[in-house]
Design a protein around this ligand. Structure first.
Ligand code: SF4
Ligand code: ZN
Length: 419
């Protein structure tokens, strides 16, 4: 990716060197989102007269009114106007919020949409960083990186609980509309998948391959987003890959995809099977929304999320699991995924698909809601399947959840052994 140096009027240094910087809780002056408070980020395409170029508005308390160590709600709304702008580009531009904010020394951003999580470090606060400065960074970066599609940008940053609650509704509607545009598109209906190598700045050998039925593991790059991104920046991180000859229809392996991945992973990854997590699964960088892990005793798999800090039946928390399978390596039996991949009809089909899911946090069940029930019905598991999946209220070890699975006659118990 080409990084342009632009002069941004903020009291901290901005540059890709700070991208990998983490800010621990004890070093945070204030934090937002990440399940601790309501948060969202939204990029919207607007009409010319709706956008006042360069305008930054903060609704709610500024950083001076936030005590050290506090948690506040946060909404970031980026309104853009451009003659060449398209609605399809919104999601692509929205993902850039993550990168632009992480460029700031003393700033940390993870996840996306209404899951996003930001920390402002004590060092940034001491340097005089203000909430408003988030807007300065975003405006400068959008205008310098996307001059061909963005003519005007304004940013509204909301730290007031009631206004965040009100505006998040709009954001959730937008996210749903974007996801709906993907419905009906299947892996078979297209010849071209897209690569995403945005995360190579963190994980140099990592290549995501995004297909219509498999969102990028960060949850922020769908096939349509990758396609739009390629239209905006043809030489950028999202390249079309003509799948070519299918060498394994069950496990999901394609000649051209593998050649692309090998060439773009510094020649470290030779084969990726799209439809299984047990043999040559896709690599995981570090920004997966969720991680799947095999549970041998239950003959199934569990999933835990970044938001779930508790123990899981794999014997590991999310962060311990992230240490096992992150960094751009293939770890059979473990895989980072986007939350929405769970409801895909291409969810590890070679391993038995959705019927393998035996445990997930309650919050994830609620988050997926009706989509999970619909997916279970589509897979012939019945709407009741969701009630057969254990969660932390049932137990957090394999021994604790097995009797529950037996009592509910969970289908995984009757399937072929996973390994
Ligand atoms: Fe792209 Fe994958 Fe990183 Fe998401 S996780 S930004 S899809 S490389
Ligand atoms: Zn990543």
């Amino acid at each position: 990716i080409k990084i342009k140096i632009v002069d941004i009027p903020v009291p901290i240094t901005i540059g890709p060197a700070f991208e990998g910087e983490t800010i621990r809780k004890k070093d945070a002056y204030v934090e937002f989102g990440g399940g601790r408070s309501t948060s969202f980020e939204l990029v919207r395409m607007c009409e010319a007269d709706e956008v006042e170029d360069g305008k930054i508005q903060v609704i709610g308390p500024e950083i001076d009114e936030m005590p050290e160590g506090s948690v506040f709600p946060l909404g970031i709304m980026v309104d853009v106007y451009g003659r060449k702008m398209q609605e399809d580009f919104e999601g692509v531009l929205e993902r850039r919020v993550h990168y632009f904010i992480n460029y700031g020394e003393g700033l940390w951003h993870v996840a996306q949409r209404n899951m996003m999580w930001i920390r402002i470090g004590k060092n940034a606060h001491a340097a005089g960083f203000k909430i408003k400065d988030l807007g300065e960074i975003l405006i400068a970066k959008y205008k310098s990186d996307y001059p061909a599609i963005i003519d005007r940008v304004q940013v509204t940053i909301i730290t007031d609980q009631s206004v965040v609650e009100e505006k998040i509704k709009l954001a959730i509607e937008k996210y749903a509309a974007r996801d709906a545009r993907l419905k009906g598109l299947t892996d078979e209906s297209v010849d071209t998948y897209y690569s995403c190598t945005l995360c190579q700045s963190f994980a140099p050998n990592h290549v995501c391959v995004v297909s219509p039925e498999r969102v990028g593991l960060c949850g922020a790059v769908s096939w349509l987003d990758a396609k739009a991104s390629n239209e905006i920046t043809p030489t950028g991180p999202n390249q079309p890959i003509d799948k070519g000859e299918c060498t394994d229809t069950v496990k999901g392996s394609w000649k051209n995809l593998n050649e692309f991945i090998y060439a773009n992973s510094n020649r470290t990854v030779e084969n990726v099977n799209f439809y299984t997590m047990m043999e040559d699964p896709m690599t995981s960088c570090g920004c997966f929304e969720a991680i799947m892990a095999i549970l041998p005793m239950c003959n199934g798999i569990m999933i835990t999320t970044r938001e779930h800090s508790g123990d899981t039946p794999s014997g590991m928390t999310f962060s311990a699991l992230a240490g096992t399978c992150g960094g751009g390596v293939q770890t059979p039996g473990f895989m980072g995924i986007g939350r929405r991949y769970l409801t895909s009809s291409k969810f590890i089909p070679a391993d038995g698909g959705m019927a393998r899911i035996v445990w997930m946090p309650k919050e994830l069940k609620e988050y997926l809601g009706q989509d999970l029930i619909d997916a279970a019905e589509r897979e012939g598991l019945g709407a009741d399947f969701v009630n057969k999946i254990a969660d932390e209220t049932v137990g957090i070890t394999e021994e604790e959840i097995l009797p529950f699975l037996e009592e509910k006659q969970h289908p995984a118990l009757k399937m072929d052994p996973m390994m």
